[in-house]
Design a protein around this ligand. Structure first.
Ligand SMILES: [Mn+2]
Length: 364
């Protein structure tokens, strides 16, 4: 049995909205990932099953490896590659007419850019369902559990609490599984609780093929993308004294290897595969703006957001980023190395702590 987490009052209030209202809009965050698209599409299937008029809205497009998710052909994008005003009008209209707006996988309206202003102007009831820290106070019902692996895990709980498990389709289960899988890196982090796997087993009982889902999401690269990865890795700077590795991607290399937006997604994680590396940095020269995009990742308790702050950026403990306008890639790399010196003791401490972490899950 799943332990009840969501408070019964939120559940019954949302159930009453389903009774009362017909027009639902479901919104995921800008640059939607597997959890955003998965949770939005699962919610769309659920509300459609309930006989509601449901429309998923995304601030911008999601990557190709998520297009197979059932129902994505119905999504309305505020911005797409062609920036057509027709899209904007369509989104403005559905949000204007919405009676209920469901905000999934983000914690504040700034995470959905211009769409956030439309939500603010709307009179619709708002549900926020999310697992990011510090949810802003803009919803009528806020269901926020930062310790959940994913919004999809939380949505599974909500749908079960609403008595929907019996009627859940394979399509819905596939959407929910995708979000749980992608937000935990294929169940390699943020996923040490047993009930995550209990939920997975309930999703498998709905007939999904998790092996195929894994392949659709992860084995979907072009050969050019893999070649780009090889070129970036061959230029890696490894700094054992700081337990750090830095990757760079110049404009020149992007042109040479026919780079497309999103092709370097996930590169920042690659050096974490090196024994003894606990902190990584990926620097990419932007092709549109004169700036360097900076991403950081760490494992354990080394705080990425503290490093990002010194570059005017921000983020979380294990993932953060910044933008550095008006400098070269070389200068950016030198800046990082200089800052690493300030964090040297913290890096060493975090590295030592990581060595002490046990494979045994201590009950907290
Ligand atoms: Mn998420």
């Amino acid at each position: 049995m799943l332990k009840q987490m969501i408070d019964p009052q939120s559940i019954s209030e949302f159930a009453s909205w389903i009774e009362k209202y017909e027009k639902f809009v479901i919104i995921g965050h800008t640059s939607p990932d597997g959890d955003a698209v998965g949770s939005c599409m699962a919610f769309y299937h659920f509300l459609t099953f309930k006989g509601k008029k449901a429309q998923v809205v995304m601030p911008n497009v999601f990557p190709d490896f998520l297009k197979w998710l059932p129902g994505t052909e119905t999504v309305a994008f505020y911005r797409n590659a062609s920036r057509s005003p027709k899209n904007v009008e369509r989104v403005e209209q559905v949000i204007r007419e919405a009676e209920v707006i469901c905000c999934l996988d983000f914690n504040e309206l700034s995470r959905i850019d211009e769409v956030g202003e439309l939500v603010q102007q709307s009179d619709a009831k708002i549900l926020l369902l999310d697992h990011h820290l510090h949810p802003a106070d803009f919803a009528d019902i806020t269901i926020s559990f930062p310790e959940q692996s994913s919004t999809c895990e939380l949505l599974f709980r909500l749908l079960s609490d609403l008595g929907h498990y019996e009627d859940m389709t394979t399509a819905e289960a596939a959407c929910l599984y995708t979000g749980m899988m992608t937000d935990t890196g294929g169940f390699t982090y943020n996923s040490t609780r047993g009930d995550i796997f209990y939920i997975v087993s309930l999703l498998l009982d709905k007939g999904i093929n998790k092996d195929v889902i894994y392949r659709k999401v992860n084995n979907n690269f072009t050969s050019a993308r893999l070649q780009l990865q090889g070129a970036v890795l061959s230029r890696m700077t490894y700094l054992p004294a700081y337990h750090t590795a830095i990757l760079t991607l110049s404009k020149e290399l992007q042109q040479k290897l026919n780079y497309h937006r999103g092709d370097s997604e996930g590169f920042v994680n690659l050096p974490l595969g090196i024994k003894d590396v606990i902190f990584t940095c990926f620097l990419r020269e932007d092709t549109e703006r004169n700036e360097i995009k900076v991403s950081f990742r760490s494992i354990g308790n080394f705080p990425c957001q503290e490093v990002a702050k010194t570059f005017g950026g921000g983020g979380h403990l294990n993932a953060a980023g910044a933008e550095r306008p008006g400098i070269t890639l070389k200068q950016a790399r030198q800046e990082v190395i200089t800052v690493l010196e300030q964090f040297k003791e913290q890096l060493e401490e975090a590295y030592r702590a990581e060595q002490r972490v046990s494979y045994l899950l201590r009950k907290s």
